[in-house]
Design a protein around this ligand. Structure first.
Ligand code: SF4
Length: 406
């Protein structure tokens, strides 16, 4: 059985970016209530130590500090959290421990501190190196901060650094992107994440979009940007191992691969989501959560309250936690949805191992239909998207999974 992954959410940011709908609070001039939040996480860890069945306590091979902006916290807090997390199970030697870093919060001693605390991978939010675009996004940092953060990260000894980019930004041209990539050329990056901007409801960008004041690039230009990023990755030896992620061999995000492999994970913090098989929670906890184990039940998705006061007050117990039972049929579909995001696709044997059942004929038929359209390649032991299928992955998944699942 794959190890359970651990996610720790730090919901504070220097300021709120105009496109962001993550559960995070822009601090402005105030300081983050760091000690209180670390204490609340400690209480949540206590709750999980009682809830997890032995099957989920064999240890962790990945920990991901995400946000928000976890790099706002002092390295000592990160060290404390890693120490506390060991109450849930051992942290495997060589485990991948990632921290998301906003360039505005970078400093050489802090980066060294994160390494000493046990982090061995940084995910740096560069987004773009164009000052006007950064201002448009309302990022807290400028291009010089981002370049400096990359330099300090490598100087601090991090070998695993991801440069996180965005494209399809308002007023962004292919030229802007070329310039950003050109300036990243000199860094020994072996991982890139590149996400297309999605205009999310409830954000300032959404208001502008509704008022017709968000001049987004045309679809063709966005596709050209994506292709340009892929070409940059290829030139640096990075393959697209997932729809939006590129890495040199061995530098893939093992934590994110857990999500795409449909493995279990515990998410700690305000608004954090956990996903576990029913057998990974003890009977008493299932009872407390009002869940009746049954052969049709695969697992549970549990979402912590998003608000800080609610989270802080309830983190030691299950009050306010939203419970979503996941039926086996739904889980099979989710396995496909997540797995096909990976360049290597899905292996039928992995499905059979996870669900202790043969790969469904309905799925094989759906894959066949997608293959006829040139979207999927079938091999002896599995299936994966073609280049074309990858490009339109969301549509493809809807197209051939939608009908087969209902
Ligand atoms: S830094 Fe990240 S989490 Fe924070 S507001 Fe900006 S996009 Fe959202």
């Amino acid at each position: 059985m794959a190890k359970v992954a651990l996610y720790i959410h730090i919901p504070f940011c220097v300021s709120k970016c105009h496109y962001c709908d993550f559960n995070s609070i822009g601090l402005g001039r105030s300081a983050a209530p760091e000690a209180e939040y670390v204490a609340a996480l400690g209480r949540e860890i206590g709750r999980w130590t009682e809830a997890l069945a032995p099957a989920a306590r064999e240890g962790f091979d990945t920990v991901f500090f995400g946000g928000g902006t976890p790099s706002l916290f002092a390295p000592e807090s990160i060290a404390t959290l890693l120490r506390e997390a060991r109450r849930l199970g051992p942290l495997e030697s060589g485990a991948e421990v990632t921290l998301e870093l906003n360039p505005k919060t970078a400093a050489p001693d802090k980066m060294r501190g994160f390494r000493e605390a046990g982090c061995n991978r940084l995910s740096i939010g560069v987004q773009t190196l164009d000052e006007r675009l950064l201002a448009e996004l309302a990022r807290a940092h400028d291009a010089a901060d981002a370049l400096q953060a990359l330099e300090w990260a490598f100087a601090a000894g991090f070998e695993r650094v991801s440069g996180d980019l965005m494209y399809g930004l308002p007023r962004q041209s292919l030229g802007h992107l070329e310039d950003t990539l050109h300036r990243l050329e000199r860094f020994p990056l072996r991982h890139l994440s590149a996400y297309e901007l999605i205009v999310e409801e409830g954000t300032p960008f959404y208001d502008r979009y509704l008022k017709g004041r968000l001049p987004l690039p045309e679809t063709e230009e966005v596709l050209a940007m994506r292709e340009r990023i892929a070409a940059f990755g290829r030139a640096k030896g990075m393959g697209a191992y997932e729809v939006s992620n590129y890495a040199c061999a061995g530098h893939e995000s093992r934590h994110n691969l857990h999500y795409w492999d449909y493995d279990s994970f515990v998410g700690l913090g305000a608004g954090a989501v956990s996903f576990l098989r029913a057998s990974e929670l003890n009977g008493e906890t299932l009872n407390l959560l009002g869940v009746e184990p049954s052969p049709q039940l695969y697992g549970l998705r549990l979402a912590n309250p998003r608000g800080l006061p609610e989270y802080g007050a309830g983190s030691g117990a299950w009050a306010g936690v939203e419970v979503e039972p996941i039926a086996r049929t739904a889980a099979c579909g989710e396995f496909m949805m997540m797995g096909l995001r990976k360049r290597r696709g899905i292996r039928f044997a992995d499905f059979e191992k996870k669900f202790a059942a043969p790969f469904p004929a309905l799925f094989r038929e759906a894959l066949d239909r997608a293959r006829e359209r040139g979207w999927v390649e079938l091999e002896a032991g599995g299936a994966r998207f073609t280049e074309e299928g990858m490009l339109f992955s969301n549509e493809v998944l809807r197209e051939f999974l939608g009908e087969s699942l209902h």
